[in-house]
Design a protein around this ligand. Structure first.
Ligand SMILES: Nc1ncnc2c1ncn2[C@@H]1O[C@H](COP(=O)(O)OP(=O)(O)OP(=O)(O)O)[C@@H](O)[C@H]1O
Length: 363
């Protein structure tokens, strides 16, 4: 296993890139610790596959370096990087049995038969496929095939990193949650460095200790699932993570106070000095409540999502969602919104521009 360092990486698919827009990866600087579980999360086209292909060696970056445990591997071909990859679609040999498929990466490297047998049995047990070890892969269901594909990625214990590229794409929705949890468990047991690429926030947040969120070829935030939820560093993260995502309200500043629609809104703490640009207030629907006083608006939609309702309130042209427990108001009602100050943040040109208030030290 290895620590992976990406240093000043940039990549353009054009021979003579002119400006930042010509770069599929704009600038990536990352340290992935040995044994960590990481997710690379972002919408289609944000550069996830480009980054993955650079790490695996299928693509040479236009600029920058990739280091495994401090050693520069930027120019090494894929087969010399000791990487295991699990793709969207199963990569297994149909004519072989499950056991032979799982053993293949080890046999290929001349591992002795006793070690192969032991390791295959361990992986099969972890993936709960021991009972089908002697079945031909051809007859397996798509999700069992993908499980075997994962097993082949995990069977070697001498790889630098295991990379999963949207591995649950072919899995039936009702089995997805099971495999998601299983993968997390597997990471804890095998403790390889793992990178999981996905556009699905649930998959990323379930699997990873640290999630790297990408947008337009840039890393916008790296954090634990809690950090990304609690304090998005960028409005994109707030919007992309959470269901529904963070409310983003147009704002202005007057006398050091943030205003929405002419009304002062209390923030988590002070605004960064010199803040300018396009200003927005961000607050998650979970921290917006309905009360007798507060910002008045009209209920424009009520969605019942089981244990709570999501009430959408329109104020001027802005729609704000609130998560409401108990009986929700009806569409057309006038309501008053209260925003939890400690969870209300200011953003300038998308980036966070308020600081949490200092906690008072215990007397
Ligand atoms: N071979 C290529 N030639 C030119 N442009 C490419 C090539 N591959 C990707 N791109 C462009 O680079 C950008 C990043 O693409 P990339 O495939 O890395 O994103 P992604 O996040 O993996 O998306 P997806 O989830 O759809 O695969 C996109 O604008 C894409 O159009």
């Amino acid at each position: 296993m290895a620590k992976i360092t990406l240093k000043n990486l940039r990549h353009s698919y054009y021979p003579n890139p002119k400006g930042p827009d010509d770069f599929a990866l704009k600038e990536v600087d990352l340290d992935w610790q040995d044994g960590g579980a990481y997710a690379l999360l972002g919408p289609s086209g944000c550069g996830k596959s480009t980054l993955l292909n650079i790490i695996s060696g299928l693509l040479e970056p236009s600029e920058g370096q990739i280091l495994f445990d401090g050693q520069d591997v930027t120019k090494l071909p894929p087969d010399q990087r000791d990487i295991a990859q699990v793709f969207q679609f199963p990569v297994i040999y149909d004519t072989m049995t499950v056991r032979q498929n799982l053993a293949f990466p080890l046999k290929n490297r001349g591992v002795d038969p006793a070690t192969i047998e032991k390791r295959v049995a361990e992986i099969a047990e972890m993936l709960e496929v021991t009972d089908i070890l002697d079945r031909k892969a051809a007859g397996l269901s798509p999700d069992n095939k993908q499980k075997i594909s994962m097993g082949r990625g995990l069977v070697r214990d001498d790889v630098n990193v295991v990379m999963f590229d949207e591995p649950l794409t072919v899995i039936d929705p009702h089995l997805k949650w099971k495999l998601r949890t299983k993968l997390k468990e597997l990471h804890q047991r095998v403790s390889h460095t793992m990178i999981y690429v996905t556009h699905d926030q649930t998959e990323a947040l379930t699997f990873a200790d640290q999630v790297v969120v990408m947008q337009d070829g840039e890393v916008v935030q790296i954090g634990t699932p809690e950090e990304l939820f609690e304090r998005p560093a960028h409005t994109f993260v707030g919007h992309f993570i959470g269901s529904p995502g963070m409310n983003v309200l147009p704002a202005t500043i007057k006398d050091g106070q943030a205003l929405f629609n002419g009304t002062a809104v209390a923030l988590e703490g002070p605004i960064h000095p010199g803040t300018k640009g396009t200003l927005e207030i961000g607050i998650r629907p979970e921290f917006v409540s309905l009360g007798d006083t507060g910002i008045a608006g009209t209920v424009s939609r009520v969605s019942d999502v089981g244990r709570h309702a999501v009430v959408q309130v329109t104020i001027a042209d802005t729609k704000i969602s609130a998560v409401v427990n108990g009986t929700p108001p009806a569409t057309g009602d006038t309501v008053h919104l209260q925003l939890t100050a400690a969870q209300t943040r200011l953003y300038a040109d998308g980036w966070i521009a308020s600081t949490p208030a200092q906690k008072e030290s215990a007397a």
